[in-house]
Design a protein around this ligand. Structure first.
Ligand code: NOJ
Length: 552
């Protein structure tokens, strides 16, 4: 076990209960070698920016060797770094440097499936049916006299069947793309391997893991038919006793992972990507299992005061029952950026169909995104900021079809454009692409950046006192330094229809106006920070605006 020095990390076993965690989609964050792809060198060069932003930790999307069939969620070696991103030595330096500026590092572990190029899967293909090599994955004979029908009727998350046939006639299961064969978590070798992978990175000083598809790792060994139609695979997530989502057997795995995390002197933490029914979430966050989980109910909630209040209430109270903090998130690398979502008539999450562009008012979306960000950062618990949201970036919806990389595009038969529009490389400086993303001005970013991102660069944001970046910095600073916001106290106060009003600690109020009219601000309190201009006399809160106030 090594502990990293130098370190500016506060000794705080509970840091994760209120952490603001910044998501680094490494391929698109910053390119330090001029090849158009983000990398560790780029990330290291921007650590000061992140420290200055006021976050506590960064979560780095998968950075392991991978054929990138699904943006790195197809891992071919869990103990190394993709050569396009750098080397293991650079990763070690990054960990040390991040700690030295007070930032913790969370990696992404992908335990539901490997890449089809992973040594284990190659060995499984070369081995015979019934072999120990095949038992690490989920191989089955097909149905029908000649076995030419898949073993069951499941559909894969990106479209198409969830089974692919191998040369010798057996089929293997993949809940996602065919390049992502599912592991068999009933196999002890699989369990031991992932425990060893966790230790490998924890020993290097990594502070935690985000667990990909945490709700999908255990399957009903009978693999029963589901009777689903194509594309309903994800909506089937809410079904009780589902054969591959949210099975009780998961909890033993997470208990053993927690014991490993707790065996380190500085706490190592887990955050689950678990799409489960709200009343099931506490099962994952009991004190002997995972620390936190993403709150996708919050991300997916339309900007409607009543609905938001319901989600906020449910999140806080259901998790408090097991002693876990709530978390909040507005965007990530899988969903349409919230500036765009909130600029639409329906502000919930929608799939992006190729031939059905949705009318969007980006000025409105930006105003609402500012209000939502200040709301999120004023709530008790953890918060996730997806790279670029602090710059006010919108979803890029006009990436030429021939440049789309998300497997959803191919696997949906070119009907769904997929998730590339929220993964476009960040604009840092200057007036023309690559906007300082690459060290070389001649580099072509792996996805094209819109020309008008010249007014969205970190540099342009920095120069404008009222920019999105300044709002995030101010809100993050308050969250860290104001004792009322640091605690977990939270209570609703009465407020007009279509608005929210709550108190944090003793005397910090947060008011959110999602109605069409200005509302009176609570008397006896002065503004600490607002997401947009208040009325001239400071007495009214305009529509689509949030304000944090301090009682006099
Ligand atoms: C969830 C990840 O966030 C997503 O990007 C990925 O495609 C799937 N899991 C499969 O690993």
């Amino acid at each position: 076990m090594t502990d990293q020095t130098p370190t500016a990390l506060p000794a705080d076993a509970d840091w994760w209960r209120r952490a603001a965690i910044y998501q680094v989609y490494i391929r698109s964050f910053a390119d330090g070698d001029g090849d158009g792809t983000g990398d560790i060198a780029g990330l290291r060069s921007r650590l000061q920016y992140l420290a200055h932003l006021g976050i506590d930790a960064i979560w780095i999307n998968p950075w392991y060797p991978s054929p990138l069939a699904d943006g790195g969620y197809d891992v071919s070696d869990y103990r190394d770094i993709h050569p396009a991103y750098g080397t293991l030595d650079e990763a070690k330096q990054l960990i040390t440097e991040a700690h030295a500026v007070g930032l913790r590092i969370i990696l992404d572990i992908v335990p539901n499936h490997t890449s089809d190029q992973h040594a284990w899967f190659q060995q499984a293909l070369a081995a015979s049916p019934g072999s120990p090599e095949r038992d690490r994955f989920i191989f089955r004979d097909g149905k029908g006299e000649d076995g030419s029908q898949p073993p069951n009727d499941w559909h894969a998350a990106f479209g198409g069947p969830t089974w692919t046939r191998t040369e010798d006639g057996q089929w293997y299961l993949h809940l996602f793309a065919p390049e992502q064969p599912d592991l068999n978590w009933d196999n002890q070798e699989v369990r031991a391997e992932f425990e060893s992978v966790l230790r490998f990175w924890f020993d290097l000083g990594v502070d935690g893991f985000r667990i990909d598809v945490a709700h999908g790792m255990v399957k009903d060994p009978a693999l029963p038919d589901l009777g689903l139609t194509e594309f309903s695979v994800l909506t089937g997530e809410g079904q009780p006793d589902h054969p591959h989502w949210d099975r009780d057997g998961l909890h033993d795995i997470f208990r053993s992972w927690r014991a490993i995390a707790d065996s380190y002197p500085d706490p190592r933490v887990f955050v689950a990507e678990a799409h489960v029914r709200p009343h099931r979430m506490p099962e994952y966050l009991r004190p002997d299992q995972l620390h936190t989980a993403f709150n996708f109910d919050f991300l997916k909630c339309p900007l409607d005061a009543g609905k938001l209040r319901e989600v906020i209430d449910r999140s806080i109270t259901s998790l408090a029952a097991v002693g876990a903090p709530a978390t909040w998130v507005l965007s990530n690398h899988d969903e349409t950026r919230h500036v765009t979502r909130y600029g639409r008539a329906d502000t919930g999450v929608q799939a992006l169909f190729r031939d059905r562009p949705i009318p969007t008012d980006l000025a409105l979306g930006t105003r609402r995104a500012r209000a939502a960000a200040l709301l999120m950062l004023s709530l008790p618990g953890g918060a996730y900021v997806y790279q670029g949201e602090e710059l006010g970036l919108y979803e890029v919806e006009d990436i030429p079809e021939e440049l789309l990389q998300d497997p959803i595009w191919e696997r949906s038969g070119h009907t769904l454009r997929g998730r590339d529009g929220c993964r476009v490389p960040l604009p840092w400086t200057g007036d023309t692409p690559p906007f300082g993303f690459s060290t070389s001005v001649l580099a072509t970013p792996w996805l094209p950046q819109p020309k008008d991102w010249k007014s969205y660069t970190a540099e342009a944001n920095q120069a404008d006192r009222t920019s999105m970046l300044q709002l995030y910095r101010s809100a993050l600073r308050l969250r860290r330094t104001n004792p009322n916001l640091r605690g977990e106290d939270f209570r609703w106060l009465d407020s007009p229809a279509d608005t929210l009003l709550f108190e944090r600690g003793n005397g910090v109020l947060c008011a959110v106006n999602l109605s069409a009219e200005p509302i009176l601000l609570p008397a006896g309190a002065g503004p600490l920070l607002a997401s947009g201009p208040l009325s001239e006399d400071g007495g009214l809160l305009p529509p689509d605006t949030t304000v944090l106030l301090q009682r006099n």
